[in-house]
Design a binder for this molecule. Structure first.
Ligand code: BG6
Ligand code: MG
Length: 222
């Protein structure tokens, strides 16, 4: 029985994945690292510091900065990202998401947020959907980030629901792995190739095709 749906944020509820890309690109340019859009795909679901480390490694600059300097670089990126977030309004919620949240509430299904983003609460405020969420997990409160299951398991625990009674929704490979390792039904938003490889139980190419009765049917037939 589905008792909770646990959402990723960036790339599932709204298109902040693009804003992360722009802010990282800005930082990479400032330290003369080439940063391709394709490489950005590998950063989805990955924490800010882990993303920075990956960028520095691929740019061959991993040894050039000490921990303090890395923290300063991550803060610089985040400042730029926060500037971009100012433009975010409820109109930027992906289609289908608000309707799904309403249906979940109507059917008494609990709602959680399991985002790696420390900006998650602020983004939900910008989108004016904070009140839908019964829990918003602080990514700093769990031991390991995605692809480890910790953040989805914490959300289930907060909601007092068994993981097997949860559906997780993600757009990143790391996120789908995290859901599956948590023993939950995984909905992947994205292309069949990427989501299939990651192990998604149900693949949706666009959030507009997400709806409660289909989710329930798919969960039951799994
Ligand atoms: C994830 C994004 O949701 O949050 C990653 O997919 C991002 O790209 C991570 O790095 C951390 O976000 P923030 O807002 O804490 O820098
Ligand atoms: Mg995401």
């Amino acid at each position: 029985m589905v008792k909770a749906v646990i959402f990723d944020l960036d790339g599932v509820i709204t298109d902040t994945a693009e804003l992360h890309y722009q802010a990282w690109k800005d930082l990479a340019d400032s330290i003369s690292i080439f940063f391709a859009r394709e490489f950005n795909e590998q950063l989805k679901g990955i924490s800010r510091m882990d993303s920075l480390n990956k960028i520095l490694i691929q740019g061959g600059l991993a040894d050039q900065y000490n921990e303090q300097e890395k923290i300063a670089l991550a803060e610089k990126k985040n400042k730029e990202y926060i500037k971009l977030l100012v433009e975010l309004t409820p109109e930027h919620i992906y289609s289908g998401i608000k309707e799904l949240l309403d249906d979940l509430k109507e059917n008494g299904v609990k709602i959680g947020l399991a985002s790696a983003s420390l900006n998650g609460p602020a983004i939900l405020e910008h989108l004016k959907i904070t009140e839908y969420f019964d829990t918003i997990v602080n990514p700093n409160s769990v031991k390991q980030g995605k692809p480890a299951p910790d953040i989805f398991l914490r959300a289930a625990k907060d909601l007092d629901v068994a993981p097997s009674d949860c559906i997780g929704i993600e757009d990143s490979e790391a996120g789908i792995c995290s859901i599956k390792r948590a023993n939950m039904f995984a909905v992947g938003v994205g292309t069949v190739e990427v989501m299939k490889q990651a192990g998604a139980d149900l693949i949706i190419n666009d959030t507009k095709n997400l709806n409660w009765s289909d989710l329930l049917d798919e969960y039951k037939t799994k």
